[in-house]
Design a protein around this ligand. Structure first.
Ligand SMILES: NC(=O)c1ccc[n+]([C@@H]2O[C@H](COP(=O)([O-])OP(=O)(O)OC[C@H]3O[C@@H](n4cnc5c(N)ncnc54)[C@H](O)[C@@H]3O)[C@@H](O)[C@H]2O)c1
Length: 103
């Protein structure tokens, strides 16, 4: 099992679809479904038991810790990001996430 973050976005959803087309290994897909995330990108795996979608923020320490303990993924592939630089600069740079992982 692997954990993919941002798996409802452009690159992440294509990764998930490609992964499930090639490997019989479960994917836990954690995505906050921001303006950029779209579950329709994942329509092809709707109902596929190998794909578990969880709506949530990678900055949510408790949620991520729970997912890691529960599923024990062998790898994490991160695509969760603000890929528009201007939008990222106008946010608080998501320091919340960095602060939590370093504490
Ligand atoms: N699109 C490209 O051509 C391209 C090329 C090379 C690298 N990349 C990189 O790949 C990554 C993904 O790019 P993309 O184009 O798929 O972006 P995207 O904006 O399409 O998707 C990002 C996804 O991350 C989710 N997300 C954002 N913040 C989150 C958070 N805090 N917690 C959980 N989910 C969150 C969004 O809901 C969305 O589904 C970025 O790091 C980008 O720089 C993209």
């Amino acid at each position: 099992m692997i954990l993919v973050t941002g798996g409802a976005g452009f690159i992440g959803s294509n990764f998930v679809l490609d992964w499930l087309a090639q490997a019989d290994e479960k994917v836990i897909n954690l995505d906050a479904l921001t303006y950029a995330g779209n579950l329709e990108n994942l329509a092809a795996v709707d109902g596929d038991s190998r794909h578990v979608f969880i709506k949530g923020d990678i900055g949510d320490f408790d949620l991520v810790a729970k997912l890691l303990a529960e599923h024990q993924p062998r790898a994490i592939v991160n695509f969760a990001a603000e890929s528009h630089v201007d939008r990222w600069l106008n946010q608080e740079c998501r320091n919340n996430c960095r602060r939590q992982w370093h504490s």
